[in-house]
Design a protein around this ligand. Structure first.
Ligand SMILES: Nc1ncnc2c1ncn2[C@@H]1O[C@H](COP(=O)(O)OP(=O)(O)OP(=O)(O)O)[C@@H](O)[C@H]1O
Length: 361
């Protein structure tokens, strides 16, 4: 039976001079999934992508594609085409010739080229546009040509390095949807590199969050957002509030945590925490309620410092009794506005426990 795992990275390390860019990368990617490599500039995303494609050889570890170790194979034997920024289409070539390019290089017979290019163009719904040039097409269509170019090579995996970074915001969104549709319709395995968290959250089956050459978390967009494994991940993805706490005890999947001025909250958790352990609680701005009528599990008091209208929500900046700032989003705009002393609260399942790590930035 075909294994579900298509790409298997085992303890991959890459060093440039003094710069240890990839540190012990272990990652398994399943067939037919859209995976995003996410992280700030310089964290090693592109280096890993290029190591998978074969443009870099790794210094330590193994790269497996489709059950074969490919460490010593050059890029053209790995079957992993990379689509670079602006899709790297040849402007002076027609759509047909752009798609046929890889096959021509491999000296595939003309009749087969015709058949395979037509099949690829049908897959991405571009039949009839064979004679157009890239500048006569929309950004979305160009993206499809780039995908057809990868598809025609029957590659098991398609690698995309920030392919949308040069588009304006509206077009970006359009092309994003397009790309995700093609990937899902055809069941492709795609690895997509971006530093844009919204892009990652909206497109991916799984996100890999990089932190200085290491993987901090590998999970679904929902888990990455609501159950960040580290403070770094919580901070990098969206906006969040942190508060310190101390674990009193854990009963099964519930940890009892003391926070603030001795308040206690029982938080559902998948982690394992020791009595007396210092932890960080993270809670998203939209999970907190201002002056709630009912009593919620986690509750604080503070003073509104400022607020900001953000369209679908009002964002409040609140100082608690200890002088710590909180960000809280209220969605019932026009009905209530908050000022002066307020209480704010959340249900326990909206709180997430993160390991306390003083050394972490
Ligand atoms: N060919 C190379 N030679 C030497 N150093 C390199 C090379 N390629 C990348 N680096 C270094 O490796 C580190 C990681 O770079 P990489 O391009 O992988 O980061 P990234 O996360 O993709 O960031 P960006 O989004 O800016 O491309 C950086 O410090 C970079 O300077």
């Amino acid at each position: 039976m075909e294994s579900k795992v298509l790409l298997d990275l085992k303890n991959v390390n890459k060093v440039f001079g003094q710069n240890h860019v990839l540190k012990d990368i272990n990652l398994q990617i399943e067939r037919g999934k859209f995976i995003t490599f996410l992280g700030p500039s310089g964290c090693g995303k592109t280096t890993l992508l290029r190591s998978i494609a074969g443009f870099y050889t790794v210094d330590q570890g193994e790269v497996w594609i489709d059950g074969k170790i490919v460490n010593d194979l050059p890029p053209y034997k790995r079957g992993t085409p990379m689509v670079f920024q602006e899709y790297a289409l040849f402007p002076h070539m027609t759509v047909f010739d752009n798609v046929a390019y890889g096959l021509d290089i491999k000296k595939v017979p003309e009749a087969e080229v015709q058949q395979r290019v037509q099949a690829a163009l049908t897959q991405v719904k571009l039949t009839g546009l064979e004679e157009r040039y890239p500048h006569q097409m929309s950004g979305g269509q160009q993206q499809r040509v780039a995908m057809a170019r990868a598809l025609v090579m029957n590659s098991p995996i398609i690698l995309l390095d920030e392919p949308l970074s040069n588009l304006d915001a509206k077009l970006r969104e359009e092309v994003r949807v397009e790309l995700r549709n093609i990937q899902q319709d055809l069941g492709l395995t795609v690895i997509y590199v971006t530093h844009d968290q919204l892009e990652a959250l909206s497109m991916s089956d799984y996100i890999v969050v990089f932190n200085r050459g290491r993987i901090d978390q590998y999970g679904t967009p929902h888990d990455i957002y609501y159950k960040p494994r580290t403070r770094y991940v919580a901070d990098f993805i969206g906006t969040t509030n942190f508060i310190e706490g101390v674990v009193e005890r854990q009963d099964g999947n519930t940890a009892n945590v003391v926070y603030g001025k001795g308040q206690k909250v029982a938080i559902p958790t998948e982690g394992s925490w020791s009595p007396g352990e210092k932890v960080i609680l993270s809670v998203r701005p939209e999970s907190l309620r201002l002056n709630p009528a009912e009593t919620l599990d986690f509750h604080m008091k503070g003073k509104v410092q400022a607020s900001m209208f953000l369209g679908e929500k009002e964002r409040y900046y609140i100082m608690d009794d200890e002088g710590k700032e909180w960000i809280i989003d209220a969605y019932d705009i026009g009905q209530t506005s908050f000022d002066g002393e307020v209480t704010f609260a959340a249900k326990a399942d909206k709180l997430h426990i993160i390991q306390y790590d003083e050394g972490e930035e």
